[in-house]
Design a protein around this ligand. Structure first.
Ligand code: GTP
Ligand code: ZN
Length: 387
């Protein structure tokens, strides 16, 4: 309560600074990233235009580097001279020094985005450079913006005063996922009778940064069961626009969502479905569409994420744990096939008393996707509880 009225609270101020920096990067505007000893000017490779690059050049001490997530750098290895490719253990970021002909928006975007076609000038090659200070925070900020993890970045010149760009502290960027999740509070609630669960309420949760809301679909009275020491059935469902709303056959999300609501109501008489705004396992819808393009070209769902520079699964289960805590639910049984969800909740202090399998039969289109989840994400097959 009252959290949005306390901008003096450093946690809230930090969250808001990051949220504003995210908006700047999304529209192609550079931002300043700082810690106690460094200051850099950076922009996202996906969105920066000629104007943004000129702004960076005007403020920079040296020409900017292009930073890529290591998995993206590995995927574009042919664009990087063999001797300069990352080897051995993965660094936090791969830094490339681009020749001037490649320091322009279309070339930058083609380094960042495998689905963006542009003709790179022949004979122009980047050099590998050591990763500069603040590189991990810079990539993390691009990811918070749900932009491809590729940034142009340069150290600020001395004696500039305060350039007219939004400044954000690297520490706030790195703390953002935890701080945003723990700041989630209930903001609205209404009864919404559903086709498969007449006694349903939707409770909306908002974080102090003012970002997108997460929803709890509460069926029956699971809070009462929790208050008497029971462990209600809970389903964590990550948003999937294509599957949930459009009935996409590429995944199993739509049927899983509807079946989960029906099963919670019919088999248990109540429980909670957390509808988490973590589209595409946390990479966002735009990047999921890019990942689909790569999957159509032969990669599986895990390698496609990594070829874009994202991790296989970027979800943050502290969001779900905080929502459960706010609902007064400390012990749960979880409806899932994904062991990471059980471990993720447990790591956030939720007592996981059991698992209820939630398998949906393949539909002829998503067979490979489901097989990959079993083979590479360790998804458990449902021996007795499935349908
Ligand atoms: N990046 C990416 N995300 C996908 C792809 N297919 C589906 N998704 C997303 O994966 C998420 C599915 O999550 P869930 O159904 O909650 O979870 P799960 O990890 O499959 O585990 P279960 O609890 O067993 O269903 C949604 O956010 C979808 O948008 C894909 O090919 N690439
Ligand atoms: Zn889906």
């Amino acid at each position: 309560m009252g959290q949005t009225d306390t901008p003096a609270d450093p946690l809230v101020a930090g969250l808001r600074a990051v949220h504003r920096a995210v908006a700047e990067l999304r529209r192609g505007t550079p931002v300043l990233l700082r810690d106690e000893s460094h200051g850099v000017v950076m922009a996202a490779a996906e969105t920066v235009g000629a104007g943004g690059l000129a702004e960076i050049a005007a403020l920079a001490r040296v020409a900017p580097l292009l930073l890529l997530a290591p998995s993206r750098a590995a995927a574009i290895a042919p664009l990087i001279p063999p001797a300069l490719r990352p080897a051995g253990e993965e660094p936090a970021a791969v830094a490339l020094r681009l020749p001037p002909a490649l320091l322009e928006p279309a070339a930058l975007r083609s380094y960042a985005d495998p689905t963006f076609e542009s003709l790179l000038p022949p004979g122009q090659r980047p050099d590998r450079a050591p990763a500069p200070p603040l590189a991990p925070a810079a990539l993390a900020l691009a990811k918070l913006a749900r932009l491809l993890p590729a940034v142009v970045m340069a150290p600020l010149r001395e004696g500039l005063g305060s350039p007219d760009l939004l400044a954000v502290a690297a520490a706030n960027v790195l703390a953002y996922p935890v701080d945003a999740a723990t700041s989630l509070r209930r903001v609205a609630e209404a009864a919404v009778p559903l086709e498969d669960a007449a006694d349903a309420r939707i409770i909306a949760f908002r974080a102090a940064d003012g970002g997108i809301e997460h929803l709890a679909i509460v069926i029956g009275r699971p809070e009462e069961l929790a208050a008497s020491g029971g462990a209600p059935l809970v389903r964590l469902h990550s948003e999937c626009f294509t599957g949930d709303l459009l009935g996409s056959l590429r995944c199993d999300c739509g049927p899983q969502l509807r079946r989960a609501i029906a099963r919670i109501a019919q088999e248990e008489g109540g429980g909670v479905l957390l509808y988490l705004a973590q589209e595409g396992r946390g990479i966002g819808l735009v990047n999921k569409l890019r990942a689909y393009r790569l999957q159509d070209a032969g990669l599986d769902t895990l390698d496609a994420n990594r070829a874009l520079g994202w991790g296989a699964d970027e979800r943050n289960f502290l969001v779900a744990a905080t929502m459960l805590e706010q609902l007064g639910i400390g012990r749960v049984r979880v409806m899932t096939n994904n062991p990471d969800k059980l471990a993720g909740l447990a790591a956030c202090g939720v007592v996981v008393e059991g698992r209820v399998a939630h398998e949906i039969a393949p539909n002829g289109v998503n067979d490979g996707y489901l097989a990959t989840k079993a083979a590479r994400f360790g998804h458990l097959l449902a021996p007795q509880d499935g349908n």
